[in-house]
Ligand binder design. Structure first.
Ligand SMILES: [Zn+2]
Ligand SMILES: [Zn+2]
Length: 616
């Protein structure tokens, strides 16, 4: 058994152990399903008249330990479906009766309205079922296909985490059950590390930091998922976007600008109208024409390309546009910056010939590497997201074109970049295969970030061509290249990755000048210093309030300002300052005193080189 399988069996067995404990404590408990989920397991439970709260966790965990210590073997037995139903009826387990009846009726355990994930407790397969398997530990028996560990003592370290309401089979209108979640790992140490990671994640929650660091806000009067960016947040966004655009310009991208709304016909031709109908914000003009807020800029760029005859000599043509795009997400799905309705997309499009795809993709790859490397995400993982050769219904264009372009991307990843990759069969966009990049954050969580996406469909739909060497019209290829993808989603990752401790070049406030005494001399020093900072283009603020010095320093720390500079009589006397470095920037030595000119020069060089560390 692989380690993964073992972990799976262990977590699943803990679901049984938890159900054993719950039915011991509340014999009237009715059980739903109890699958394995990421890092742990859950069980859907319905106890008439009882609401389990976190206060009950200790009691349940203690009971679970008793079961574990009792060293009960998991014993498999088989019954006919009818015997199984009789057993479940006698055991007063109506949800199990329902599952078994579905099994009997449809010959499959995958009842139509029950998604596969929820169905952890019973077998898959579509052959008619005559027998079902049960597992017994001690007094407790459950309908289940396994696998389990050998006996209840063979489980690792676990902890109950939360309880949440869940409809039976995830369907509104069905009885409301309680979903009891636990996490489990091989060792106490792994569990401890995981819990610590969760604690740290809570501290770094971008919604919390966004407020504390005054980066962004939402307003009920404006609506959910519509982010308002403060001056600090805007600075941060611009800093990131400028970096991306600077690299694109090196590779010959040109900035274009397109409107936020467009006629329905454009998105019909691009295929978005049919594909994303529910997510489009639709507008009707006073003349009764249908428009939509753009969900992406791509189709607009095709019209800039198509506005002039293009020769093969003009290609590749590369357009970039960082723009707000709009998706009508459901209110319940909105979450901080992770899921918003107004998205800043840093998309770019290359229009080129087939034999130019490789070169262009490598240039984009280089931008991605530099961007994520500079921001402290080492070793991006690569996924090749393709069509599903067995089911082309979700993809436009013919299969041979798809196969060909997948092979092309494959050769770029393996041949040119020498990279391993994960295959994402069926993960492609409807218009073409793509290379997805995955970054691991400081807490070890993986996020999908950039993409390089081939598109043969829009050039077809919009009849995009160039005149080739023989004077014929030749179909061009479109490559979509999003580096951050959505600035909002990227920032939700990056804020948590850094815990809000942005490198100097990105920090909305780079220097906090802390004035400690109100005298003409100190005033004059501060005025001269801040004027030099301003001239040097350094972002700073001055704290001349009546708070104590330590309070002012603390305030600068809370805002995670990289450098705090105290100015008082000593500084005036020596004409030197001693910058205080934010904890993560401070090396072994504390910063030395230096002239304000030296200090400013150092910051400027950190900004120019987009350094992650301090040079002070
Ligand atoms: Zn089981
Ligand atoms: Zn695009």
């Amino acid at each position: 058994m692989s380690h993964e399988d073992q972990l799976y069996a262990m977590r699943h067995s803990l679901a049984h152990i938890m159900a054993t404990a719950v039915t011991t404590l509340w014999p009237e408990a009715k059980l739903g399903v109890g699958p394995v989920v990421e890092n742990g397991f859950y069980y859907d439970i319905d106890i008439p008249g009882v609401t389990i709260s976190t206060d009950d966790f200790k009691k349940i965990e203690e009971q679970m330990r008793k079961v574990i210590n009792a060293n009960q073997p998991f014993e498999r037995s088989e019954k006919s479906v009818d015997e199984g139903i009789a057993w479940a009826e006698q055991a007063k387990q109506p949800y199990k009766v329902e599952l078994l009846n579905d099994l009997k009726r449809s010959g499959t355990t995958l009842a139509k309205d029950l998604d596969a994930d929820e169905l952890g407790t019973i077998a898959e397969g579509d052959a008619a079922v005559d027998t079902v398997s049960f597992y017994t530990n001690g007094e407790f028996t459950d309908l289940c296909r396994g696998p389990h560990v050998e006996s209840t003592d063979k489980v690792g370290a676990f902890k109950l985490m939360r309880v949440a309401g869940a409809y039976w089979r995830g369907k509104e209108g069905n009885p409301q059950m309680q979903r009891l979640y636990g996490v489990a790992f091989d060792s106490k140490e792994e569990l401890h590390n995981y819990l610590q990671m969760l604690e740290e994640a809570k501290k770094r929650d971008h919604r919390k930091l966004g407020k504390e660091l005054d980066l962004f806000t939402f307003s009920d009067m404006i609506g959910g998922g519509l982010t308002l960016w403060s001056p600090r947040g805007t600075q941060l966004r611009n800093g990131l976007n400028d970096f991306v655009q600077e690299m694109r310009d090196e590779y010959g991208y040109q900035e274009v600008t397109s409107p936020h709304i467009t006629k329905k016909e454009l998105f019909e031709a691009s295929g978005h109208w049919a594909k994303f109908a529910d997510e489009l914000f639709k507008i009707e003009t006073r003349e009764g024409h249908e428009f939509a807020m753009k969900p992406m800029s791509c189709p607009m760029h095709t019209q800039i390309y198509a506005s002039q005859p293009r020769s093969y000599r003009d290609l590749p043509i590369r357009y970039r546009e960082t723009a707000f795009v709009y998706r009508d997400e459901q209110s319940g799905e909105l979450s901080g910056l992770s899921r918003v309705r107004c998205i800043t997309q840093d998309d770019a499009h290359v229009f080129c010939r087939t034999n130019q795809i490789e070169d262009e993709a490598l240039k984009i790859w280089d931008i991605i590497d530099r961007f994520y490397g500079t921001l402290g995400f080492a070793d991006l993982k690569v996924r090749l997201s393709t069509h599903d050769p067995d089911d082309m219904s979700a993809y436009s264009g013919d299969k041979s074109k798809w196969d060909e372009s997948v092979a092309q991307l494959q050769s770029i990843i393996e041949g040119k970049m020498g990279q391993d990759y994960i295959s994402g069969v069926g993960e492609a966009a409807f218009y073409g295969p793509k290379i997805d990049f995955m970054a691991k954050d400081a807490l070890g969580r993986e996020h999908q970030v950039a993409t390089i996406q081939l598109d043969f469909n829009q050039p077809e739909g919009f009849d995009l061509t160039c005149t080739n060497e023989s004077g014929d019209a030749e179909r061009v290829v479109m490559i979509h290249a999003a580096i951050m993808g959505s600035i909002e989603r990227f920032l939700s990752v990056y804020i948590e990755h850094t815990g809000g401790r942005f490198p100097v070049w990105l920090a909305p406030e780079q220097v906090r000048v802390i004035q400690v005494k109100d005298s003409d001399e100190v005033d004059a020093f501060v005025a001269e210093f801040t004027s030099a900072l301003k001239t040097a283009g350094i972002r700073f603020s001055t704290d001349a309030s009546n708070e104590s010095v330590s309070k002012k320093i603390r305030n600068a720390e809370l805002m995670k300002v990289p450098y705090a500079v105290v100015v008082g009589e000593k500084e005036v006397e020596t004409s030197e300052i001693t910058p205080r470095l934010r904890a993560d920037l401070a090396g072994d030595d504390s910063a030395e005193s230096r002239s304000t000119t030296d200090f400013i020069t150092a910051i400027q060089s950190e900004v120019t080189s987009r350094s992650q560390e301090s040079t002070l």
